[in-house]
Design a protein around this ligand. Sequence first.
Ligand code: PDD
Length: 275
Amino acid sequence: MSTRIYINGTITPPEGAKISVFDRGFLYGDSVYEVMRSCGGQLVDLERHVTRLGRSAQALALPLPERDKILDAVAQTLKAADNVESYVRIVLTRGEGEVGLATDLAINPTLLVIAKPLVLPTAEMYNDGVKVRLVGVQRTSAKAVDPSVKSGNYLNNIMALAEARKSGDYEAIMCDRDGWVAEGSSSNLFIWQAGRLRTPSLSVGLLAGITRRRVLELATSRGLEVEEGRMRPQEIRDADEAFLTSSIRGILPISYVDGEVIAPPESCRGPSPGS
Ligand code: PDD
């Protein structure tokens, strides 16, 4: 098992992976990125991730290398790392330039790929669920740091998660400025309520998660009733079940919201009706 890094054409172990302190990704979070995993050695939804990377780059007017160059960099790094299953992160920064905010101070984007051994949540977390907390930190508005752009500017999410971790919770759930539930610090949120699968709609201002889309596609193809809409925090607390989605974790059940149990593990559930 190993970690390998691609930086602008060169693949190295982590010790050899260096970028300039004048890189705008480092100085300002002026970058976009994607995170995915392999399954059976194949990267899951690679095409969708590269497409989203392109959309994020376009939103920030960040020059995007050719799609084939990105795919090739990913393939080379994955191969060099040679893990049974890998975590893969693609990062594209605006590159190195004189210190200053103007985007034209940098003209050569930095393309970076990290491939490292995949570490999943524990079996216990998948079986019993995780604790989430609705935090006071708000999701940034689409008119500020647009949450639909997967940029390297993650302070909003970092502060939200720090708030949740203070009370021992695994994930933070953020609302927008009007109090509508948006998403987790690095995940999307679903609830199951009264026979309907519900998730906040993209119009609230959140990342169009690739796992979120997969879950919606699967649910629809199986004839489940699905709603992308607006929800208040209380609706999560009142849900029959709830779960988080992300590319690395897949589907992770939620057991507690703000310290209150919502979906007891199977072993704690009472006898089913009629049994
Ligand atoms: N996070 N919302 C946010 C803010 C995220 O950062 C992520 C992903 C998601 C889920 O999106 P997807 O299903 O496309 O992974 C939702 C990745 C995993 C990360 O930053 O590590």
